[in-house]
Design a protein around this ligand. Sequence first.
Ligand code: 13P
Length: 258
Amino acid sequence: MSSSRRPMIAGNWKMNTTPADGRELAAAIASGSAAYGGVDVVICPPFTGIASAADAVSGTNVQVGAQNMSAEESGAYTGEVSASMLRGLVSYVIAGHSERRGLYCETDAAVAAKATAAHSAGFVPIVCVGENLETRKRGDAVSTVRSQLRASLSGYTGWDSLVVAYEPVWAIGTGEAASPQQAQEIIGELREELVALAGEKAAAGIRILYGGSVNSRNIGPFVDRPDIDGALVGGASLQADEFVRIVEMTARLLENPA
Ligand code: 13P
């Protein structure tokens, strides 16, 4: 974590929670994290739960994000949700989560179109990249995620409004997080890639999160690393107490850097 970037803890609820569950979870997260104003806290409910969660956190320091968004504005795109439908409800949009890439065949080009559409609509895109186990074992993780990031930001210009998340596929939902050293190594490389794309000054302001089996017991050493600005949390974001503890640990490190 660097003093020049605000830490962020974002919860990706994936395909969990009804609107009523989400309202309750969001309210509990908002009240639990109210004391930690130095950390940007974001929750990303499924589409059907966005309105109730947004209502529950209105006036608090918790912000809401969408897990996905169409790059199209409107029309014959069955099952898709556009920027104008999300306006007033969310501040962030996740683009290119590995589950979308892997299960729904989202390409880097599609992710880049979504990121640009989200930025044009006034949202902050959270662009996700990460290698699979095979790629890591081959020793190609660095080159793979760098080229994934480059292609996923093709044509992107909103450098003052972007979050990147490094989520190694092998660490997602497995209970086996990357080591903080592994995460810092890749995230340092991603920052270098951002320098090449956006210039030194802009790259220094872009937050890069780690994601993959983060919980309140392992978050500390991640956010202690110079280039890791927070976390994108899956499973552990579905329990208010646990998620708030992650926020609390991050806030504590901010007050007492190692
Ligand atoms: P887990 O924290 O459940 O491993 O999920 C990480 C993730 O995919 C967040 O987007």
